[in-house]
Design a protein around this ligand. Structure first.
Ligand SMILES: C[S@@+](CC[C@H](N)C(=O)[O-])C[C@H]1O[C@@H](n2cnc3c(N)ncnc32)[C@H](O)[C@@H]1O
Length: 401
């Protein structure tokens, strides 16, 4: 890049402040409307002090995020951009190599956290899933793929998914494949992956590090209620920890059949200890309560908007019913609830306050501890100061001793 040729643009005072604090987005405002339309690189200037503060990548086609931070460090502004992309990719992969020992599913590039804004890349065994949240990566596709293949020579298939540009997710493979089917292992457990056949491909790798962090809290326990189980990653994980009773609940018979495939892929697991309930989580819990069932562990990971077949509710609101039902089902001696929320729009504090207010308005008031937080970590650790990247939040709830 030749710094002299890069257009200077004034930034909103708030953008200047937040860029300096580590927030890497410049969202649509009266200043971004004046950005020169055909410039990819821009130097953001603080209007008041006239200081040049950041090299930013312009994304005029994105609805809300009009530019993303490339560098606050002026020394980097004149370096070769393509070389910087390669270096950042290599650095991100090096950091994650130790994780590849125990997982074949790893986020190799976690967008803003790896200074590759708007670019998410997952390794799924020998396949790669590249997801763009920013249009500008399209023109560097070849370079990204080439660099990945040098770093990870076993890659045989590259999938590209352009996200958030329209509501539909379009997936294509560079090799011209239309779909893919294979088994990968996470913590020595096998999972069936099916790419481009369903809405998602079978495992949420951003939960992998969380599964590992939960393990010490699960060891020694014997019963699990896995609500919103999807393809059963938590069910398989707990069966492997020698749980004697695992109940998985999901609305989708398709995902529950996939869950059965995952159990069968791990022949050492005792499938007699597992049962699926294909129905809304609330209904399943009411039925389990009426049978007098109790669980030592309940995991609740609802989608950000959930449908029970009739009504759509948001996950935070749905906790009003879900949490009380879970408390009814929880073993009062040593039971643990892991309550997750999958959206960046609700802060940690707001989620915690909501859980507390639900408990306080019930007969469980003063009896429950809302304790440890389970956060995105390892390959998915969010960038400090970037709350949009901190989208997955979990709390551990237990009865007071
Ligand atoms: C975010 S995924 C859960 C991911 C899972 N915990 C994992 O780690 O693999 C949400 C799941 O909830 C299911 N679902 C949506 N609404 C539901 C409801 N009301 N009751 C039960 N399951 C529901 C969906 O079919 C989907 O499989």
């Amino acid at each position: 890049m030749k710094k002299l040729n890069i257009p200077r643009v004034n930034l909103h005072p708030a953008s200047c402040k937040y860029l300096k604090l580590g927030h890497p987005w410049i969202t649509d405002d009266s200043y971004t409307k004046k950005f020169p339309q055909n410039s990819f690189f821009l130097i953001g200037v603080d209007e008041k002090s006239k200081q040049e503060i950041a090299l930013i990548l312009h994304d005029p086609e994105h609805k809300t995020v009009k530019a993303r931070l490339w560098s606050l460090d002026k020394n980097e502004w004149e370096l070769n951009f393509e070389e910087q992309i390669c270096q950042r990719i290599k650095k991100a992969i090096e950091i994650r190599r130790p994780l590849l020992i125990e997982r074949e599913n790893v986020f190799l590039i976690n967008a803003e956290s790896d200074q590759l804004p708007g670019l998410l890349i997952q390794l799924l065994k020998n396949e790669i899933m590249i997801q763009y949240y920013a249009f500008f990566w399209k023109k560097y596709e070849h370079l990204i793929v080439e660099t990945l293949k040098i770093e990870l020579p076993n890659i045989d298939t590259v999938w590209i998914q352009e996200r958030n540009f329209d509501q539909k997710k379009s997936i294509r493979s560079i090799e011209g494949k239309s779909s893919s089917d294979f088994i990968l292992s996470e913590f020595k457990l096998n999972y069936q992956i099916k790419i481009n056949q369903h809405y998602d491909f079978g495992i949420y790798s951003d939960m992998s590090a969380i599964r590992k962090a939960m393990r010490p809290y699960l060891e020694g326990k014997k019963s699990l209620l896995n609500l919103f189980s999807y393809t059963g990653a938590f069910s398989v994980f707990c069966l492997n920890l020698d749980f004697k009773q695992v109940v998985s609940v999901d609305l989708s018979s398709k995902y529950l059949a996939w869950l059965d495939e995952n159990i069968a892929l791990n022949p050492h697991l005792n499938k007699e200890n597992h049962k699926s309930l294909c129905m809304p989580s609330e209904k399943a819990m009411s039925s389990l309560i009426s049978k007098g069932e109790k669980f030592e562990v309940i995991i609740c990971d609802p989608p950000s908007a959930s449908s029970d077949g009739n009504k759509i509710s948001n996950a935070l609101k749905s906790y009003e019913n879900l949490l009380l039902l879970m408390l009814e089902l929880l073993d009062q001696n040593n039971g643990k609830i892991f309550a997750y929320l999958n959206t960046h729009t609700i802060s940690w504090n707001k989620f915690e306050e909501k859980l507390k207010s639900i408990v306080d308005s019930s007969s469980y008031k003063n009896r429950i501890i809302i304790g440890k937080r389970f956060k995105l970590s390892e390959d998915c650790a969010p960038l400090k100061g970037f709350h949009e990247g901190d989208y997955l939040k979990g709390f551990l709830l237990e009865f007071k001793k």
